[in-house]
Design a protein around this ligand. Structure first.
Ligand SMILES: *[C@@H]1O[C@H](CO)[C@@H](O)[C@H](O)[C@H]1NC(C)=O
Ligand SMILES: *[C@@H]1O[C@H](CO)[C@@H](O)[C@H](O)[C@H]1NC(C)=O
Ligand SMILES: *[C@@H]1O[C@H](CO)[C@@H](O)[C@H](O)[C@H]1NC(C)=O
Ligand SMILES: *[C@@H]1O[C@H](CO)[C@@H](O)[C@H](O)[C@H]1NC(C)=O
Ligand SMILES: *[C@@H]1O[C@H](CO)[C@@H](O)[C@H](O)[C@H]1NC(C)=O
Ligand SMILES: *[C@@H]1O[C@H](CO)[C@@H](O)[C@H](O)[C@H]1NC(C)=O
Ligand SMILES: *[C@@H]1O[C@H](CO)[C@@H](O)[C@H](O)[C@H]1NC(C)=O
Ligand SMILES: *[C@@H]1O[C@H](CO)[C@@H](O)[C@H](O)[C@H]1NC(C)=O
Length: 679
């Protein structure tokens, strides 16, 4: 069954190890606060976050008027429980004072996780964050509204603050005054010195003779991409603790170009004018270029699009490093920012004079407030007029920073989810909440339990550490209806298929271990009458667990080629993904050589069944169709941008879009094949 091995072959782009001689910046100041926690702890990347007790050196007496709280729910899209699962909640304006080296610029990172804390609903947190240097970083900010609109499980807001001559950086949290009581909160706070990587002025796009001075500005990081490469965690950056993301989801259109990686042994030669920590080696050893067909390349632009806030000036930093060519005019291209020429005839070898030498260029652009979404367009196109040897363009890294306005403000309004989406979710949200509060109770006990005696049963148990009791309400036990199991493949393009140690460390999964007896009882000893899908891997049954919770149970055929490793990989991957618009993996059973996966049951079957009136399914109203489309799109968007790694589904079709009892669309994300349904 070659198809299966293909489906399970998660594309692995091995992170090139940082070459041994690369220099790493050592910050003078480095404070990582695990806000609202009395204990120090390590995050998923092994970075240590300090306890933030009441009356500590940064908060002083102000700490007494604030509350130390724990998040009421755990979302598995969190990269780590530390520092996200605890928060300091402020009822009145409160400041942290940090003593900092007055000579350095500093990163200020604010980490937020949307949840209720100590029973305070997530909507009731609305606040501003400002500094003693007169900057407004966030205003009337709602983590809940923002994460919902962006479909993200958590938020990191990163600012680069210019030198603080007084030597004290004060960060103030102010609840927004409104008719209803509001609160402020913070989960993690990081202050660390950084090198001068914003010294040179940026050229204003469209006004070659004008520049924007960024040396005195505060910058907010909007996007940071390792173009043509994978995710680089803070611990693998060049000492600046930045996260670099895969650019693939932001490449516009079908023409995505090609990626190239020179490998870990490639020697990147940092010239003296570029500090080695502007970007890590890994950014420069991977590129995205247009492809090998000159005729095709002439007729398209390699384009990235990114949503930004209106009324601000942005600095776009392009990182280049030529990995293959040696001579000028072999590869020359034009750079467009927002459809205006930022630079024509860019030639990396001309800029660096040598292969393997990195360089970067900054351009500034103002985003006016125009109707519709504010989208920044970045495009590259071969400089055909120069007749270079190859009609091609190349990019290694891309960063977009927002600059403070003249009033020292960086805050923008909270993003709005589309109106239709807001309406659609209104009805379902109450149900969600009551279900979640049931989960909480169980979760708390289990986290405590695993921390103690984690030496559990076998490798798989070590992977799925958090027990997830999915006790659904009665409405599930309604009429018998069949889900044709179109469970399908998911490709995780940028993580290794066996990072189990890492996952175990960050308690990322929510995955329950079932006994074989429970599986047998739930399926009437795997009764043929309960089979709802068959494939090369085995059969899918509709079943019941915990008395009344309906589930779909996928049992691997003993003769199936799906090996233990694939089984574990699947659990590890799927248990990390949890979203309103994704079919959830509830748990697994590994006993007596059986490999069984347990998923949420989808009462209303597949979208296809409704569109083609299969199995007596009624046609859908236009309203439901639209809601299902939007829901599926949100599920996919979460896979692209909300999870820690970029995940490309690669098999989106109506049999992979399932509908639950509330007509909520769920994208199927199981990595197992099924026979292709008739189209
Ligand atoms: C980070 O660096 C370590 C050691 O250099 C390496 O083993 C690991 O694969 C890297 N991780 C990523 C995601 O690049
Ligand atoms: C922090 O700084 C502010 C203003 O400079 C001051 O009023 C406050 O007392 C300081 N708090 C602590 C704990 O030092
Ligand atoms: C904050 O935002 C909410 C809703 O977006 C709005 O109703 C309120 O007036 C805003 N408050 C302030 C002080 O801007
Ligand atoms: C204020 O609280 C009341 C009662 O808790 C609620 O009905 C109302 O919608 C809230 N108003 C706002 C603007 O959040
Ligand atoms: C941008 O500025 C204009 C004029 O000051 C204002 O009317 C508009 O509301 C602003 N837009 C945003 C998104 O803040
Ligand atoms: C750039 O051009 C595209 C079409 O090619 C258009 O959709 C987009 O709105 C333009 N962007 C800006 C910022 O003008
Ligand atoms: C590339 O983008 C520029 C700027 O938006 C535009 O003028 C040009 O027509 C585009 N070229 C192609 C082939 O799309
Ligand atoms: C940002 O703030 C600094 C200092 O407050 C100021 O000098 C600068 O002009 C501001 N930047 C912009 C783009 O207005």
């Amino acid at each position: 069954m070659p198809r299966r091995s293909l489906l399970l072959a998660f594309l692995v782009v091995a992170g090139a190890a940082i070459t041994a001689n690369a220099k790493v910046y050592a910050p003078v100041d480095s404070i990582l606060l695990n806000c609202g926690s009395t204990a120090d702890g390590l995050d998923g990347d092994g970075r240590k976050w300090q306890a933030d007790t009441n009356n500590n050196e940064w908060l002083g007496d102000a700490g007494k008027s604030s509350i130390m709280a724990a998040a009421d729910e755990l979302d598995s899209s969190l990269p780590s429980t530390i520092p996200y699962m605890t928060a300091r909640v402020f009822t009145v304006e409160t400041a942290y004072n940090f003593t900092v080296n007055p000579k350095d610029r500093h990163w200020l990172r604010l980490l937020f996780y949307p949840s209720s804390y100590n029973g305070i609903a997530p909507e009731d947190f609305r606040f501003s964050v400002s500094t003693s240097t007169g900057l407004t970083l966030l205003r009337n900010f709602s983590v809940w509204v923002t994460t919902k609109a962006l479909t993200q499980g958590y938020l990191v807001r990163e600012f680069s603050i210019p030198r603080t001559p007084t030597g004290v950086l004060t960060v103030t949290f102010t609840p927004t005054p409104m008719t209803n009581v509001t609160y402020a909160y913070i989960n993690g706070l990081e202050v660390s010195s950084m090198p001068d990587i914003f010294d040179d002025p940026a050229t204003m796009v469209g006004f070659a003779d004008q520049t924007v001075d960024i040396a005195g500005a505060t910058l907010q990081t909007m996007y940071r991409f390792n173009v043509g490469g994978g995710f680089i965690p803070p611990s693998n950056d060049s000492g600046l603790s930045r996260s670099w993301f895969d650019d693939t989801p932001y490449v516009f259109g079908v023409m995505q170009g090609v990626t190239y990686n020179a490998g870990a042994r490639f020697h990147v030669k940092y010239p003296s004018e570029i500090a080695e920590y502007v970007a890590p080696v890994e950014v420069y050893t991977g590129t995205r270029s247009m492809g090998s067909d000159a005729r095709v390349n002439q007729n398209y632009n390699l384009t990235w699009t990114m949503e930004v806030d209106a009324n601000f000036t942005y600095v776009v930093r392009f990182h280049f490093c030529e990995l293959l060519l040696n001579r000028p005019n072999q590869r020359a291209f034009d750079i467009y920012v927002n459809n205006k020429t930022a630079q024509s005839d860019a030639d990396v070898i001309e800029m660096t004079s040598e292969r393997g030498v990195p360089t970067y260029k900054d351009f500034a652009v103002h985003m006016p407030d125009e109707p519709g979404d504010e989208i920044m367009w970045i495009a590259l196109h071969p400089s055909v007029a120069l007749r270079p040897q190859f009609y091609d363009a190349i990019l290694s890294g891309l960063e977009v920073f927002k600059l403070n306005d003249t009033a020292g403000n960086l805050a923008a309004p909270n993003p709005l989810p589309s109106k239709m989406l807001a309406d659609a979710e209104l009805g379902a949200s109450d149900k969600d909440r009551s279900r979640k509060s049931k989960e909480q109770a169980n979760m708390a006990t289990v986290i405590g339990g695993t921390a103690g005696g984690a030496a559990a049963v076998g490798i798989v148990a070590a992977i799925c550490v958090v027990v997830y009791h999915n006790k659904k309400t009665k409405e599930l036990s309604g009429s018998e209806s069949h889900t044709s199991a179109g469970w399908l493949p998911l490709y995780n393009s940028h993580t290794s298929g066996k990072s189990s140690g890492h996952l175990a460390a960050n308690l990322g999964g929510m995955c329950r271990h079932f006994s074989l007896a429970e599986m047998k009882a739930g399926t009437k000893n795997f009764s043929e009458s309960l089979v709802i899908g068959v494939g090369g891997f085995g059969k899918v049954y509709s079943g019941v667990v915990d008395g009344d919770t309906k589930v779909a149970i996928k049992r691997s055929n003993p003769s199936s080629e799906q090996g233990v490793l694939e089984f574990q990989t699947e659990i590890e991957m799927l248990s990390k993904l949890r979203h309103r618009h994704l079919v959830s993996l509830i748990g697994f059973c590994e006993e007596d050589n059986e490999m069984i996966l347990v998923y949420d049951y989808m009462e209303h079957g597949t979208l296809r069944e409704h569109l083609y009136n299969k199995g007596g399914k009624p046609p859908l109203s236009w309203r439901h169709r639209l809601d299902i489309c939007i829901g599926a799109a949100r599920g996919l968007h979460y896979l692209h941008t909300g999870a820690k790694y970029t995940i490309i589904h690669r098999d989106v079709k109506t049999t992979n879009i399932l509908v639950d009892e509330n007509w909520v669309a769920k994208v199927s994300t199981s990595a197992s094949p099924s026979p292709a349904p008739p189209r």
